[in-house]
Write a protein that binds this ligand. Structure first.
Ligand code: ADP
Ligand code: ZN
Length: 727
């Protein structure tokens, strides 16, 4: 292609659709686009936003192509981001268009933010002064531009006073540029005085951030050891190099406290990015990240797809957290993709955790990642003593779930005016409801799952599809009245038991069911930190990251939950969750205790938590993974086939199995009906593809899918590379 203007130019454009490649469009005369430009193009009967992509267009006559209709006035998506999109698409076997779609999530931000009209004082005196007018003019005499409402508000007068002054010629109209969503961070604002151990870790991270080369460091430190303070030093170094920084957090409930800590260190908050952000705020953050004005973003996994101009560091906090895995449309693990992004961008990545994933530990041991360890809690804070409560020897009273041992420690804690946390990773009142007369069990009509009773709402709810129904008085099967029994506990039921034992204690139940959403949740978390509750009963939402200074007792209601679910990571996950939740205790030097209610106190996970010997646990777990050729010593991919009927799903899954090529280093297991055999009315079958570490899993899967039966009717096939869930 030449620049001869008589020739129509054509470019590839990636549109946010399940498109396997970029489509070709003509560039109208006089329009200027570069790779990365965000454009609007016709697609079928509609117009969509897309990104001008790299590479050549197909050899079509450009004159026959449809033209790009508009180029947005927006910084182009950088080359690193474009490579990142292509990389993820190839790795996860997703259409590149669907990956690009994750960048294009803030369409209003493609146009520049509008300037707003403002007022500036000019040297004309109004003919008549009032006290209100005097107040306004005193403020406006600073010579700066004010918005009408801003000035009225600051002066404590109504806007009509401003209008009157304007009519008198006391103001000229000026245009005010868009304001930054967050102030610039100041790296010298308030650096913490680090302990020698923290200093050593911080120095290592600082060097890495300042070097501006790709490197991954695992920051491994017990809960409360100051990992945040330490990685702030890396953030500071990257900012001093003029780079942007991304900090990934697994849980948006955690962001509020985090933003404040960041502000204490850098004098300004980072921009936040998560699904709960108001649309207008979202657009402004996106735009200012693209323009480079926002220097630091703290966000959920989707923040990886913000259009950074000069990203120079990614921190992944709580890197082991399963919330980093997205299992919707594009299946990806944000922790792993952060490392890929760093590799493409040539900058360092920090993975922080008190309980690193086995994958990251092995990467560190084999020298692919550096590792730095914080052994001690900060200041006089000591880790809690952990003890098992053998439920066979000290069983709860009839109908209860709390052992007398745990109850007695709760009583002591209350008497000392300290806080207790009871942890149970089960929402609602009871996971199963059955009829005591006929044995009928309440099941979701569209899922293979029991309905969970939510007594507070008076409903039976499916946690997979959201189906809910009123809890009836009579059994729908045999009609007997008042003989429905709740089986097993959820947090609501534990709260009921607690209130029975400690009617005067201030008790809070926290789960994602909380009325009032994230806002309310933040308030409750702050209230707990301020000591406004005596006993907290919560799901994993309270287990992660929070700092509750007065909490000295953590009771795990069912430590065995999650050990028996056939997931290759069951032991690792339980170890991580129990370490995290017991780590909520003893943040401020008071003696603290963690109690694990368990039927298998001799289980290696319980022994590791009780002894505090994490190293022994990792060693054993790593060895077992190696023997079984499981990640990170081997590769896994899940193929999930779903359809409206069981027969369709099964026959397609079998067809895929038959299409599986023979390979020396890869084999296929299944198909088997998925443990969650029915979800939202769709029947599910799974295949598991297992390969050796060096196998070419992606090529294998591509061949398998290409040779397999055509996807038709209601059939859907999802590929899950590096699966975290096996349900
Ligand atoms: P982690 O992230 O490892 O759980 P944090 O960074 O949250 O630990 O630190 C735990 C607590 O100790 C926080 O309240 C933090 O402010 C405090 N802290 C840690 N290191 C220091 C330090 N060097 N100076 C002052 N406070 C510190
Ligand atoms: Zn359901």
């Amino acid at each position: 292609m030449t620049d001869d203007s008589s020739e129509t130019k054509a470019v590839p454009v990636l549109v946010p659709m399940p498109a396997e490649r970029a489509y070709s469009y003509a560039v109208p005369e006089g329009m200027h686009v570069v790779p990365g430009s965000i454009v609007r193009v016709p697609l079928g009967p509609r117009e969509v936003a897309g990104i001008v992509w790299d590479g050549e267009v197909e050899a079509l006559d450009p004159k026959r192509l449809r033209p790009i209709s508009h180029v947005f006035d927006c910084p182009p998506i950088g080359a690193e981001m474009r490579r990142f999109v292509d990389w993820i698409a190839a790795y996860t076997l997703s259409p590149p268009g669907m990956v690009a779609r994750m960048i294009l999530r803030a369409p209003e931000a493609f146009d520049p933010e509008p300037w707003t009209e403002g007022l500036r004082r000019v040297a004309i005196e109004p003919d008549r002064m009032t006290t209100a007018r005097t107040r306004v003019l005193e403020l406006a005499n600073d010579g700066l531009a004010w918005t009408r409402s801003g000035l009225a508000h600051a002066a404590g007068v109504s806007s009509t006073v401003i209008d009157g002054l304007k009519a008198q010629g006391a103001f000229e109209t000026v245009m005010i540029p868009p304001q930054p969503v967050v102030a610039a961070p100041d790296t010298g604002y308030a650096a913490a005085e680090l302990t020698p151990e923290q200093q050593a870790a911080a120095a290592m991270l600082r060097r890495s951030a300042a070097a501006g080369k790709f490197a991954v460091t695992l920051l491994d430190g017990v809960t409360g050891s100051g990992k945040t303070e330490v990685y702030f030093e890396a953030v500071s170094a990257a900012l001093d190099e003029g780079r942007q920084v991304l900090i990934l957090l697994p849980e948006i409930a955690l962001t509020q406290a985090f933003l404040e800590r960041f502000q204490d260190r850098f004098g300004a908050k980072p921009a936040e990015w998560h699904s709960d952000l108001a649309p207008r705020k979202r657009e402004r953050v996106w735009r200012q990240v693209a323009e480079g004005g926002v220097r630091v973003v703290a966000g959920a996994r989707s923040a990886l797809f913000l259009p950074f101009q000069k990203l120079g560091l990614i921190v992944v906090d709580e890197e082991h957290d399963p919330a980093y895995k997205q299992e919707d449309r594009v299946f990806y693990n944000a922790r792993d993709m952060a490392v890929v992004r760093g590799h493409i961008g040539g900058f360092p990545v920090v993975l922080a955790s008190a309980t690193p994933s086995v994958e990251s530990r092995v990467n560190a041991e084999q020298g692919r990642y550096a590792r730095t360890v914080l052994h001690a809690r900060f200041a006089e804070a000591a880790l809690p003593t952990i003890r098992p409560v053998d439920m066979r020897r000290a069983p709860p009273a009839r109908g209860g779930f709390l052992s007398p041992v745990l109850l007695s420690h709760m009583r002591d804690t209350l008497e000392r005016n300290e806080q207790s946390l009871l942890f149970l990773n089960r929402r609602g009142y009871a996971p199963l409801t059955l009829c005591r007369v006929c044995g009928h069990r309440f099941q979701c009509p569209s899922c293979s799952a029991w309905l969970v009773e939510h007594r507070f709402r008076g409903q039976l709810v499916c946690h997979h599809c959201g189906h809910n129904e009123k809890r009836p008085e009579a059994c729908p099967e045999c009609g007997t009245l008042d003989h429905l029994a709740a089986c097993g506990p959820g947090v609501e039921r534990i709260a009921e038991e607690v209130v029975g034992h400690f009617p005067d204690a201030r008790t809070i139940v926290l789960s994602s069911d909380i009325l009032g959403g994230v806002k309310r949740l933040r308030l409750e978390l702050a209230a707990i930190a301020n000591g406004e509750a005596d006993i907290v009963i919560g799901t994993q939402l309270v287990a992660k990251g929070h700092n509750f200074p007065n909490m000295t007792l953590v009771g795990v209601v069912d430590a065995d939950l999650g050990l028996a679910n056939g997931d290759p990571r069951a032991a690792e996950r339980t170890f991580q969750l129990l370490s995290q939740v017991t780590g909520r205790a003893g943040r401020t030097g008071k003696k603290s205790l963690g109690l694990l209610q368990t039927f298998q106190p001799e289980h290696p996970v319980m022994r590791a938590i009780v002894s505090g010997d994490a190293e022994a646990f990792y060693e054993r777990e790593i060895l077992e993974r190696e023997k079984a050729v499981l990640p990170p010593f081997g590769r896994l991919a899940g193929i999930i086939v779903s359809a409206a009927t069981r027969a369709e799903a099964e026959s397609h899954a079998r067809g895929l199995r038959r299409a599986a090529p023979v390979a020396r280093d890869i084999h296929v297991l299944g198909p088997a009906e998925a443990p969650l055999a029915l979800v939202a009315g769709r029947h599910r079958f799974r295949l598991l593809v297992q390969g050796e570490r060096r196998c070419d899993m992606q090529s294998y899967l591509r061949t398998l899918l290409a040779n397999g039966p055509k996807v038709r009717g209601s059939v859907r096939v999802q590929v899950d590379i590096d699966p975290q869930s096996f349900l």
